[in-house]
Design a protein around this ligand. Structure first.
Ligand code: FAD
Ligand code: 2HG
Ligand code: ZN
Length: 469
């Protein structure tokens, strides 16, 4: 990049918006430490107007732009390439909650608002922003929407996409599309916001959003149950929905090795039950209206599950602190894997009824290529989504294991999902990690449509180049 462009960027964002080289490093490496990029400049615009001016400048100069939110993404989507020619645009300073409208049930937030801060802003008005995940203390709304994040309450409230009413987006050439509507019904032509949700920053940069809020649950019941196997876990999901109805909010699955990774990494965590079991479900039900019967319903479900032989043991959270402790076990599995040297991660989904077959097929396929590898299998089975992660054999070097076996292991797991008409990316997106996989597995017609959309919005190809497509 010519020095003049850097000067002009400085002129737009001021010194507080241009990161110096010494401080840039934290933005140039991804969450999983898989990608290390370089950038001509790391820019933090302070408003939509500044963002638009930065993008117009880069567009005119044919400079690639990489958007970054909290940098917690799993597919390298927010890391620039190694050329040092791209500009990294970090959204952290676009962090204002513009409005909460309790009557309409909406919150208007800028893209750089951290998810947990947006949840808190809604809670101050007695309202729930249901998007929730282990990274919520650092991921940002713009990143959540650009990855169409899933998380821990999709079963009840849907993925990030389903929470969006309106968007403000800066197009690659710097024009601002004001689609920041709070309308719940609006059938005036194509639903343009959908293009940017899950686009991973390849079509433009989301600068603000209007999100749906829900009544804050007055009652929550959380149970950690040991189940016979994954099949029993799926049968329990069906039973739960029959017995407790549509107030089942989360239905997470955790295997013993995943739990042990979390326990090993976090000394404050405790094994939730007296004995060890191979398979667990973390179930949460919540209700905001007539809540009296919820506790009884969940206790009844637990008893029915024991009687039916689906569950073998379990505990229902007695206090809020107890509930948080159970959730911490589930949410710290990724941290446990990281502390153990990392894993070959997979984010596969199938129809819920096929989950047991997926797990069995994937386990057999991995064993065929890496017999001593350890598995960490868990996930959002209420959404048909498993994180089928594979770790180096005990005592082996994780980095060397990934280098030698990562590709074969991933082919094994993705092959198992594909054989069951599943997806290789249920919630983490494509980024640069899975770009070639998308090209190799998606139909030529679907790819043609995607490339057509990309061309209409970003004919110069300057928006997050080399990601997704
Ligand atoms: P980043 O990592 O900064 O960016 C992600 C992508 O979005 C990149 O392609 C980037 O270019 C683009 N982008 C970022 N901001 C914008 C913007 N404003 N406009 C346009 N493009 C933009 N994911 C889940 O789905 N479910 C989970 O349960 C979950 N749990 C996690 C737990 C842990 C411990 C960790 C580390 C990660 C987890 N993730 C999960 C993955 C990650 O947190 C999500 O993908 C999250 O949505 C990324 O948000 P971010 O702000 O960090 O985005
Ligand atoms: C989760 O469900 C996240 O905890 C992370 O999606 C999954 O680290 C992973 O593999
Ligand atoms: Zn997940």
């Amino acid at each position: 990049m010519d020095a003049g462009l850097r000067e002009r960027l400085l002129g737009i964002v001021g010194p507080q918006g241009l990161v110096d080289d010494a401080a840039a490093e934290r933005y140039l490496t991804d969450e999983r430490n898989r990608y290390h990029g370089r950038a001509a400049a790391v820019v933090l615009p302070g408003s939509t107007r500044e963002l638009a001016a930065v993008m117009a400048l880069c567009h005119a100069a044919d400079v690639g732009m990489v958007p970054q939110g909290g940098n917690t993404g799993y597919c390298g989507g927010a890391t620039p390439n190694a050329s040092g020619e791209e500009v990294l645009i970090v959204l952290s300073r676009l962090n204002r909650v513009r409005a909460v409208d309790p009557l309409s049930g909406t919150i208007t937030v800028e893209a750089g608002v951290v998810l947990a801060d947006a949840q808190r802003a809604a809670a101050e008005h007695g309202l729930l922003l249901p998007l929730s995940m282990g990274s919520e203390g650092s991921c940002q709304i713009g990143g959540n929407l650009s990855t169409n994040a899933g998380g821990l309450a999709v079963l009840r409230y849907g993925t990030a996409r389903e929470l969006v009413l309106g968007l403000e987006v800066v197009l690659p050439d710097g024009r601002i599309w004001d689609g920041l509507t709070a309308l719940r019904k609006d059938n005036t032509g194509y639903d343009l916001k959908q293009l940017f949700l899950g686009a991973e920053g390849t079509l433009g940069i989301i600068s603000a959003a209007v999100l749906k809020l829900f009544p804050m649950p007055a009652a929550r019941e959380t149970a950690w149950l040991a189940v016979r196997d994954l099949e029993a876990a799926c049968a329990l999901l069906r039973l739960a929905r029959q017995v407790v109805g549509d107030v089942v909010t989360s239905f997470e699955y955790v295997t013993r090795p995943s739990l042990e990774l979390a326990l090993a990494a976090m000394s404050r965590l405790r094994d939730p039950l007296d004995a060890a079991y191979e398979h667990y479900v973390l179930l949460e039900c919540s209700a905001s209206g007539a809540t009296g019967a919820l506790g009884e319903a969940v206790s009844g479900l637990f008893e029915s599950a024991l009687e039916a032989g689906l569950a073998e043991d379990g505990v229902i959270a007695a206090t809020g602190v107890h509930r948080a402790a159970l959730w911490a076990l589930r949410e710290n599995v990724p941290a446990g894997e990281k502390a153990a040297g990392g894993s070959v991660k997979h984010d596969v989904s199938v129809a819920i009824a096929r989950l047991p077959e997926l797990a069995a097929r994937a386990a057999a396929a991995v064993a065929a290529v890496a017999p001593a590898a350890r598995l960490s299998v868990y996930g959002h089975i209420g959404d048909g989504n498993l994180h089928f992660n594979v770790l180096a054999p005990a005592g082996a070097d994780p980095e060397a294991f990934r280098a030698a076996h990562g590709e074969a292991v991933s082919a094994a797991v993705h092959g198992a999902a594909a054989a069951l008409a599943g997806s290789f990316s249920a919630e983490h997106g494509v980024g640069q990690l899975k770009r070639d996989l998308l090209a190799a597995t998606e139909s030529s017609l679907a790819l043609e449509i995607m490339r057509g959309i990309k061309h209409v919005l970003d004919p110069k190809g300057v928006m997050n180049p080399g990601k997704v497509l």
